[in-house]
Design a protein around this ligand. Structure first.
Ligand code: XBP
Length: 234
């Protein structure tokens, strides 16, 4: 018999909002402010996105240029990027994807537990919730696990596992929502079912193993239809 659905776990950058191009802009602004002649175009960023985590992405770019870590203060550069990203979000640069607001409020109305398991940073979760929901992140989500809270970022399962353990829910009673192959792999490795809503940067990736791949969450037909999908496949 299918287990009851008790919790939903979302990524931050992708399923609720298409954020990556704003991250790209914040990275480029931080590079320019630091006097670096780096610029991440859309194709370059699409490739670098396979490295999850902004600090790790900067380190990879540096390594690809043949640079040495001492050349750039990655932590300081990333702090500046996070500050710039937060300011862009505050200016209203992001819009929720179709279906996310309804899914969250339906989930709340039947007491499902809600979590974020993300590779990004805590201030970005806060900025997004304030800008898109006019609420504090902790009012929206019972549990928030960010990149620096775990030893290994996605596609490792650490963030999803920590979210599950803080929710107090076994993986069979939860479902994840991701936008990328790395996120999907993290969810599956944590034992979660996962619905994928790809974004511009992830459209061509391999989503084998997903419970469903839909253009946006309004295509899951709301919580009732989603629950029956989970229970059919559970
Ligand atoms: C998205 C990420 C992040 C962002 C940049 O994570 O991989 O690294 O691209 O944010 P998720 P930071 O899909 O798990 O929400 O610079 O703060 O890492």
């Amino acid at each position: 018999m299918a287990e009851p659905l008790r919790a939903l776990i979302f990524d931050e950058d992708g399923s609720p909002v298409e954020t990556e191009d704003l991250h790209r802009r914040a990275f480029n602004d931080a590079f320019a402010a630091a006097g670096l002649d780096w610029h991440w175009s859309v194709p370059v960023y699409a490739r670098l996105l396979h490295t999850t985590g902004g600090k790790e992405r900067i380190a990879r770019h540096l390594a690809e240029r043949g640079g040495v870590p001492a050349e750039v203060d990655i932590a300081a550069l990333h702090r500046d990027k996070t500050r710039r990203y937060g300011a862009l979000v505050e200016q209203g640069a992001l819009t929720l994807r179709p279906g996310i607001r309804r899914l969250l409020s339906q989930a709340r109305s039947v007491n499902l537990r809600l979590a974020i398991a993300t590779t990004t940073s805590h201030p970005n979760v806060e900025a997004l919730c304030r800008a898109c929901f006019a609420r504090r992140a902790e009012e929206m989500f019972d549990v928030i696990v960010a990149g620096d809270d775990v030893a290994a970022r996605k596609p490792a399962p650490d963030a999803c596992r920590l979210a599950l353990s803080r929710l107090g829910v076994p993986p069979a009673q939860a479902s994840a929502f991701e936008d990328s192959a790395n996120g999907l792999r993290a969810a599956l490795a944590a034992g979660l079912r996962c619905v994928v809503t790809p974004v511009v940067y992830t459209g061509g990736e391999d989503f084998s193993g997903a419970l469903a791949v839909v253009p946006a969450l309004d295509r899951t037909g709301g919580l009732a239809a989603f629950r029956s999908l989970v229970e059919r496949c559970g």
